[in-house]
Design a protein around this ligand. Sequence first.
Ligand code: SF4
Length: 282
Amino acid sequence: MSKVVPLANIREKYFITSILPTPWCPGCGNGSLGNALLQAIDRLGLDHQKIVLISGIGCNGYLTRYLKFDDLHVLHGRTPAVATGLKMARPDLKIIAVQGDGDSAAIGGNHLIHAARRNIAITTIVSNNYTYGRTGGQFGPTTPKGAFSTTSPYGLADPPFDLCNLMVAAGASFVARGTAYNVMQLIDFFAQGLAHPGFAFIEVITQCPTSYGRKNPEQGSSGPAMLKWQKENSISIKEAATMPQEALEGKIVTGVFVNRKRPELSAEYEKVRQRARKGDGA
Ligand code: SF4
C-alpha cells in the first residue's frame, strides 16, 4: 500500500497555518477531499512552483485560499474557462480546478463539457454533496430525485445528472468517482488524474451534514453517519456492470470510468501556431 503522510505534516507543509481554521462546518467532506488532493500531490512529488489551483464558488472553493500554491478564485461556474486560458498561455503549468456540483454542473455546465470535449490537460475535481451548501441548501443538478431541500420541501421531482457519464460522453480522457469515505481510493484517483496528459475529471461524493444531511436523515444527519452511508452504498464499477439498472438506484458507483488517449488541446494548438509561423495556411 502506498505511503500516507501524517495529517500534521500535510498541515505544516501545504497550509497557510496563520489563517486557519477553514470556515467548513464540523463533519464536512471537503476536508477529506483536500487531504486526499495534497497526499496525491505529495506522492507524485510535483513541483510546487508549477502548480496553480483554480476554484469556483461554493464551500469547497475555500480550499485553495488556505494552501501555499498560486491560486485563482473565480466567478461562479467559470473555473474551466479560466483554467483553459491559463493552460493555453502556460502549458508547462499543472492546473488543478476545484469545483462544487452547482458550480460545475449548473452555472458552469457549458464550460465544463467544452473543456472535456477539447481534452485540455486540466485536472478537475468536483465535490458533489448534492446541494448548494454555502447558499442555504437549495437543490441543484446532482440532487437525487425525491430529496428534500430548502427549495424542494415536498421532495424533488427532477432526475439528477450522472456527472461521470456526462464527462465520458463529452470526451474527457480520464474520469473517476470516489467518496470522502474512501480516502485511500481517492488519493489513487487524484494521483492518476494529476499524471494524466489530458482532461481528467474526478467526482468526489462528499457529505454536507449542515445543509443536506439534516433534511435527508436517511443518509445520516452528521458527518460520521453520512460517511457510513457512503460506505454502505458504494458499489465498484465492476460490480455495477453485473447489476440491473434498478438495483443501482440510490447507489454510488465508484471507480475509473474511462482512461484513454486523445489529442490534448494545448499541444494541438502548438501545431497550429507552428503552421501559422511558417505561413502554411489555406
Ligand atoms: S454547509 Fe455543507 S458543504 Fe458547506 S461547509 Fe458546511 S457542511 Fe460543508
